[in-house]
Design a protein around this ligand. Structure first.
Ligand code: ZN
Length: 44
């Protein structure tokens, strides 16, 4: 499991569905909202 440059290129920046900002991918990105918006959502 060696990360290659091509694999990095395949990662598209995620955009927060709430505010439209780029989501920093610190975690596995099943998230569609940035940390800031997630903190406002109480359902998750
Ligand atoms: Zn957001």
């Amino acid at each position: 499991m060696t990360p290659t440059p091509e694999q990095f290129r395949n990662i598209e920046p995620k955009i927060c569905t709430d505010c439209g900002k780029k989501i920093v991918e610190m975690h596995e990105s099943y998230l569609t909202q940035c940390d800031k918006c997630l903190s406002h959502v109480e359902h998750l």
